[in-house]
Design a protein around this ligand. Structure first.
Ligand code: F6R
Length: 611
């Protein structure tokens, strides 16, 4: 999604803004721009395409862009095509503005503004309406703060705004609703940013802005006020991510680096939660008594995060015997769900900013339910609003396709399952201990062994690099894994693929299985293994080329598959930790063979802050 950076301080702003935008490239974008305060002027430079295109444009114009204050933006088109005019910043006679989010009532505000002789519209965006609305109030008040505060009262939707005014050079005004924005503090100036990696090379100290706050970011200080201009006291936060964590190092792509980080992040997430060999969630305020009170768990998320929830459902129901429902956040929020007092709503999100997941969380709270977030970004909106927070320690995930974040999300599901088993006495203590030890000590080693076989998986991907359709099949938990494997393949290699519950295929879709169609069969779950083999035979009989994902030595696999990716022995519940990284690698190698932009797949954004 869109990215925002702003800088004011003693250094040249252009370079800092462009570097900040480059650090935000991973969020996905299709145009970029900057606005600089220069004396009593504002200079705007923007361009469709990559930041390098904007840089070439700037170089070609050979203008004097020296300035110590400016704002920058990467746009992911929502209202209007990606082109120069629709790109941000949007400027008026008095100000320039960058915006993340969507102004829902832009059409009605536009009509209102069009009646004013000062305003005609050149872009198709909702953002231009916001810029002109603030401008309209500024003409009357000549006070930037009041102009913004008045405009906010009329806006509906979501926003993070960075605004500079001609008459107030050196100050960036920032405010937000339902879209993240931080004010970061550095010795030589201060920043605004939509995301921590944008400023990580310079500082890890920041304030998060809350809804209803307006920040005045100056070279030597950041002042934050409520809408009535009463100062708000805030705590400075420190991100514990380092610069290397947000850089590629020697890897060709962030995605590959992040796949290989999985053993490390599993340890980081699990080890602080194991005490005396037993799982401790360590979530403030979430005592065993509280946890015991919940009779049903509802797990909500989007995409990969929701798939992690599906793994959670299978293991919690199987081992802790508590009913679990998994919901797609964008559906859940509009489904008028029946929620009971004894339900715990668990939202899963890497970014902690996904609009639909955040809305689902708020809905659950409105209905009086307790909420728990499994989230990776510390201090994100979802983390701030949930009653209980389980932080996953995956570090920054830069590639658009989620890999290491998924793996630690399922670790969170495992720890929760094991704790529930203890609380509800559904498994003997020794067994809980054994499983906890396995998760902590054995699994990172086995995950390492699996990803070290990247070369073998690459060879298989090479064989299938030209296919246009592919199927994943599985039963039970393996169906959830198939969905994740299929999503990963689609999003980065653009190969059409579908995930099917293996037993469901013959109710229609098997008509698509013809000679040579690849079918990835995930068969890690013992109780369904034999049924799976029958389903694999069915597709094979129709000519499918079968790639089997199963345990080492799984009987019958040899007879029914063309390729085997097999995994070392571990408890069944942990098999997803081995199967999914293998599928991540398959998708990765397919994407590389097909010449795709692995880390920034087309049309996609890292943090989906709009509905
Ligand atoms: C796929 C992927 C997405 C995200 C989804 C939710 O690889 O990354 O499906 O999982 O957009 O994002 P978060 O976890 O940030 O809420």
């Amino acid at each position: 999604m869109c990215g925002i950076i702003g800088y004011t301080g003693e250094e040249e702003a252009v370079e800092l803004l462009l570097n900040g935008l480059k650090a935000l490239e991973y969020r996905g974008y299709d145009s970029a721009g900057i606005a600089l305060s220069k004396g009593s002027e504002i200079i705007v430079e923007k361009s469709q395409g990559k930041i390098s295109q904007l840089e070439r444009k700037i170089e070609g114009e050979n203008k004097d862009l020296s300035s110590h204050c400016g704002i920058g933006h990467t746009r992911w088109a929502t209202h209007g095509k990606p082109n120069d005019i629709n790109s941000h910043p949007h400027a008026t006679e008095n100000l320039a503005l960058v915006h993340n989010g969507i102004i829902e009532n832009y059409a009605e505000l536009k009509k209102f503004l069009e009646k004013n002789e000062h305003y005609t519209f050149e872009s198709e965006t909702d953002t231009e309406v916001a810029a002109k609305l603030i401008d309209c109030f500024y003409r009357v008040t000549r006070d930037p703060f009041r102009a913004i505060a008045e405009a906010l009262k009329l806006l509906r939707g979501s926003w993070a705004f960075g605004v500079i005014f001609k008459d107030d050079p050196g100050v960036i005004y920032a405010t937000r609703k339902d879209s993240p924005l931080i004010c970061a503090l550095d010795e030589k100036g201060n920043f605004i940013a939509s995301d921590i990696p944008a400023v990580l090379k310079r500082t890890n100290r920041y304030y998060t802005l809350e809804e209803g706050e307006i920040a005045l970011v100056c070279a030597d200080k950041v002042k934050i006020f409520d809408m009535d201009k009463r100062p708000v006291k805030k705590e400075i936060k420190e991100a514990d991510w380092d610069v290397e964590a947000a850089e590629k190092g020697n890897y060709p792509h962030f995605m590959l680096k992040e796949i290989f980080e999985q053993p490390t992040v599993i340890r980081k997430t699990v080890s602080p939660r194991v005490k005396d060999g037993l799982p401790q969630l360590g979530i403030p305020k979430l005592t065993d008594e509280t946890l015991k009170r919940f009779k049903r768990l509802i797990i909500v998320g989007c995409g990969t995060a929701m798939h992690a929830g599906m793994v959670g459902k299978t293991v919690i129901e199987k081992l802790a015997r508590i009913p679990v429902q998994v919901e797609i956040a964008s559906e859940f929020r509009y489904s008028d769900p029946i929620l009971e007092e004894n339900d715990l709503i668990i939202v899963i999100s890497q970014s902690g900013e996904t609009a639909d997941t955040l809305a689902a969380l708020r809905l659950a709270k409105e209905k009086g339910c307790k909420t728990m977030a499994v989230v990776n970004v510390v201090g994100s909106s979802i983390a701030r609003e949930a009653d209980f927070v389980f932080y996953t320690w995956a570090g920054p995930e830069i590639a658009v396709a989620s890999t290491k974040a998924y793996t630690v999300q399922i670790c969170a599901m495992y720890l929760l399952t094991l704790r529930l088993c203890l609380i509800h006495n559904s498994l003997p203590l020794v067994q809980v201990k054994k499983l906890t030890e396995e998760l902590l000590d054995k699994m990172p080693v086995l995950v390492q062994e699996t990803i070290d076989r990247s070369g073998e998986i690459r060879k298989i991907a090479n064989r299938f690099r030209s296919v246009e359709d592919l199927f994943f099949i599985g039963r039970g938990i393996d169906y959830s894994l198939s969905m994740e494997g299929s999503l990963k393949l689609k999003e980065i290699s653009y190969v059409h693929s579908e995930a099917y519950a293996a037993g469901e295929l013959k109710h229609g879709t098997i008509s698509l299985i013809t000679q040579g169609v690849p079918v990835i069969s995930v068969a890690t779950w013992d109780s369904c293994y034999e049924k799976m083999i029958s389903n694999v035979k069915e597709v094979r009989a129709r000519g499918a080329s079968v790639i089997m994902l199963c345990k080492k030595g799984a009987a019958a696999a040899d007879d029914v598959s063309d390729f085997i990716i097999d995994f070392p022995e571990c408890s069944e519940m942990f098999m997803p930790m081995l199967a999914v990284p293998s599928m991540q690698l398959f998708a990765y190698h397919m994407a590389v063979f097909r010449g795709c932009d692995v880390d920034k797949p087309r049309n996609l954004a890292k943090s989906v802050t709009v509905e």
